[in-house]
Write a protein that binds this ligand. Sequence first.
Ligand code: F6P
Length: 539
Amino acid sequence: MTLDWQTLSARAAAAKSRRILDLFDGTDRARDFSVEAGGLLFDYSKTHMTPDDRDLLLGMYRAAGVEARREAMFEGRKINDTEDRAVLHTALRNLDGGPVLVDGQDVMPGVLATLDRMGRFAEDVRAGRFRGRGGAITDVVNIGIGGSDLGPAMATLALAPYHDGPRCHFVSNIDGAHVADILRPLDPARTLVIVASKTFTTIETMTNAATAKAWMSEAVARPADQFAALSTAAERTEAFGIHPDRVFGFEDWVGGRYSMWGPIGLSLMIAIGRDAFHAFLRGGQEMDRHFRAAAPRDSLPVMLALSGLWHNQGMGLPTRAVLPYEQRLARLPAYLQQLEMESNGKQTTMEGGQVPAASVPVVWGEPGTNGQHAFYQMIHQGTQVVPCEFLLGAEGHEPELAHHHQLLVANCLAQSQALMTGRSLAQAEALMAKAGFTGDDLRRQAAHRVFPGNRPSVTLVYPKLTPFVLGQIIALYEHRTFVEGAMLGINSFDQWGVELGKELAKSLEPVVAGEAPGEGLDPSTQALVATVHRFADAG
Ligand code: F6P
């Protein structure tokens, strides 16, 4: 199967000269270029895409065989073939969807039994039935990195209004400052440490876990009694000393960055409770059903993916900004960086060839309105065009602060409006004339106040950030990543690109510690090691 990426980029290049605003003339574009499903609305009307361009993209989608691959994923076939694994994070939220077979075995009884065990443990911690040596647990520390950190950390913050359990903290970085700063104010006798690591070998996590254990042992005779583990590696959790009752396992068919729906979500479950966590799963399950059932043009994940491909692979725009107008989604951009860039940041197709177009844009972002007072300058007037993805809740959780929310909504809508409409030179000159400028001075001042406009953005509107809606949004982004990867022929579920750096760090460690010579190293690295030694000695 070959997809015509050249035609797409030629079409998208031609589209740049088109005015987005003109595309609305005589059409019902706001409705026609949006998808509403499950209470969410995805608006892609403020893009350069015409109905013909959309047809081209939809044709490419059909030709790429995404739907067959999608069904293979949901049915538990081993679509992650560089690791010979099924891809079944969807099974973790398949609360009442029936059996899912891997190698002829239904995985659902195991998934539901683990979910039940998690629920009982979480409720025991929340109710003070599971206690530390000094009493009921007041603080939970999740130690994990990448997918074993970003998901629960992002979601715990996102769902702060539902957080009625113990305080939750997240330690990820190998930098000792991270674990030290988190542990310092805590009472070890009333802290539960959760070691979250699929492999239970990740150097950052295992180093931080050992440090936390040593910290706890100063106050607790058997520190492992206040530890839980989330992992696929039962023998390693046992070697660490964690009782099997507090080990929540999952299978190799759950990828790290897709794992927050299962045991890796334990800290979130302790924070918001079993029922709210189930609501989060149900939101994900609802999105799965929508993804499988909706026609491509009516599908939120498909249209979100096609808008992404249009901007990056088509128009050649190298980044995309994710701009949640929801302070509690502050960690969403970091979460999506792993989801999208670790999944699709690859150069080799499943068949071993070269990926036929750009693989994935640089994903970045910050919550609005803060970003408005920082990098939006570049988004509006810089020389590079950044397609923006706005996320907007119709309602906040603070009814007493409704005027804040109105301002938030107005700001979000104003930004996408400004990106599209811009401000012409004539308009800027009129403004300057009104302000009393004349002649060359007027022209020079006006030039700085021109907004080119015609810059694309898309907007996802949701009713209110409840656990269910968060589940829908995260599953939506997962499936968007899947569709983009599948259309490019990429296996979105391995991550070989992180391995080389890990290996080199292992062999560099003794050199940095001064226990091994650095002779075999390249001259640049050798010089940097020498500088670190020199600076440390001087300090
Ligand atoms: O190094 C990348 C990675 O393997 C991610 O894919 C994963 O989410 C993270 O490390 C953590 O891995 P683990 O859960 O095995 O500690």
